[in-house]
Write a protein that binds this ligand. Structure first.
Ligand SMILES: [Zn+2]
Length: 451
């Protein structure tokens, strides 16, 4: 690590931490920031000087800003569900400094360049963190894939089953493969909501207040079968594919085998599948409804094994909010309620609380939520504390215990499956491009895939 010479160029900010989560592991370090980038990573005690100096307390850990590649902001069009102002403040409060917005549930969906431009215009003045975009692949949109790719989307989201909104219909396996052949040419990425419509149709329909009824309506086999179809399409086209929000641990075996044979496949899961289990969902608690569903405790443990073994690459929120009316909170009918869990602001604390119980290091939990998703999506210079990277940080106190209160969250709708839950670890400060996020003046920027 270099020492700062007397004539070294000026630094805007210096952060001193007894524990900084560097790519090679935790280390006592001084970080020098210039023009929004990490200019120097030096040993603690080097004595870097800068305009602003931040000395972390002995309890605080300096983390890279987290990268959440699975967020439904729903703006423009369904801003009663969420919006860029609320979503990006929630992100910042949770230590997330980069989010990639999903192409559906906004109106219009991001399936052509005009829609992408509208989204960018909407997001830019309200972004408290950096924001990038996924494009969408729906039937009939093939001609828009390459133009969207050239405009800098990070890849394309598709469904194999009903998405829940009519303007974003699913692809058939043949359409998926045809679009992946197009994306392979551009070395883009297809990210897939993998549940098979055939398996869902042959399962009993969900109804009433029983979580068991909902769980049986979305069997593991629906995921397993759809994941096999994605693997097939990736194998035949050579396209990179990414499995979104893996819930069924049974699919881990097929995923590991496909990767072993060289299929270009990555996998994410979400805090709710790692923290919650079907057995604990109360009757009528539709805040816990999401698709694919939260499964049994044995499945949850197997997902942790998948993470430890490296078969699951990363952990992202799948923050998918809606209004209390659509969640049917009053009646608690699992059949009719909107499926989606809000956790953008809570992901790190939830993960750290459970990681500790599982004997997993903070370094691993943070890697799954920062450098790993950044690498998969191709978000350059994010998610790592390294020279040349964006100066994005979360100052985290891993020992702080607190109770989640839905009413205190920045989310537009203060509805969460984690209300009243005690968690461990709190984000004390979030720094984006070398400036502390102040929640009143947005200084996030829009991101484009480069290269
Ligand atoms: Zn989603």
């Amino acid at each position: 690590m270099p020492e700062q010479a007397a004539d070294a160029p000026h630094l805007d900010m210096v952060i001193r931490a007894e524990r900084a989560m560097l790519p090679e592991g935790p280390s006592a370090a001084e970080i020098g920031v210039r023009d929004g980038r990490i200019a120097v990573v030096a040993d603690l005690g080097t004595g870097l000087t800068g305009e602003e100096v931040l000395d972390l307390s002995a309890e605080q850990v300096l983390l890279p800003g987290l990268v959440d590649t699975h967020v439904h902001v729903n703006d423009p069009g369904r801003t009663e569900w969420e919006g860029f102002g609320t979503a990006t403040r929630a992100a910042a409060a949770g230590g997330v400094t980069t989010l990639i917005d999903m192409p559906l549930n906004s109106l219009p969906p991001t399936v052509d360049v005009d829609a992408l431009e509208e989204k960018r215009r909407t997001a830019e003045p309200k972004a408290f963190v950096d924001v990038g975009f996924w494009g969408g692949a729906i039937p009939g949109s093939t001609e828009h894939l390459i133009p969207l790719h050239r405009e800098g989307v990070y890849g394309f989201k598709s469904f194999l089953s009903d998405s829940g909104v009519e303007e974003f219909p699913p692809l058939s396996p043949a359409e998926l493969e045809r679009d992946m052949a197009v994306l392979a040419e551009a070395d883009s990425l297809m990210i897939v909501h993998a549940e098979s419509p055939r398996a869902l149709e042959s399962a009993p329909a969900a109804e009433g207040r029983s979580y068991g009824s909902f769980l049986s309506s979305r069997p593991r086999e629906a995921e397993n079968e759809a994941i096999r179809a994605v693997i097939e399409a990736a194998r035949r086209t050579g396209c990179r594919a990414h499995i979104l929000h893996l819930s069924s641990a049974e699919a881990l075996e097929d995923i590991a085998a496909a990767r072993e044979e060289g299929v270009r496949l990555t996998v994410e899961t979400c805090p709710h599948y790692l923290v919650l289990s079907a057995e604990e969902v109360p009757e009528g608690a539709t805040t816990f409804k999401c698709c694919p569903p939260i499964r049994e405790e044995s499945n949850r443990r197997a997902l942790w094994e998948g993470l430890r073994a490296g078969v699951i690459d990363c952990v992202v929120s799948d923050h998918s909010p809606s209004t209390a009316e659509l969640k049917l909170l009053d009646g608690g009918d699992f059949g009719g309620a909107w499926g989606g869990i809000s956790s953008l602001q809570l992901g790190l604390s939830l993960m750290w609380t459970e990681a500790q119980r599982q004997g997993v290091d903070l370094a691993d939990a943070v890697r799954w939520m920062s450098s790993a998703p950044a690498r998969i999506a191709g978000v350059a210079d994010k998610g790592r504390i390294a020279e040349g990277c964006s100066a994005d940080f979360a100052v985290f106190d891993p020992h702080a215990r607190w109770d989640v209160r839905a009413d205190d969250l920045w989310h537009r709708n203060r509805i969460t499956a984690y209300d009243a839950r005690e968690v461990l670890g709190r984000v004390d400060r979030t720094i984006l491009r070398g400036r502390t996020v102040d929640f009143t003046t947005p200084h996030g920027r829009l991101l484009r895939r480069s290269g």
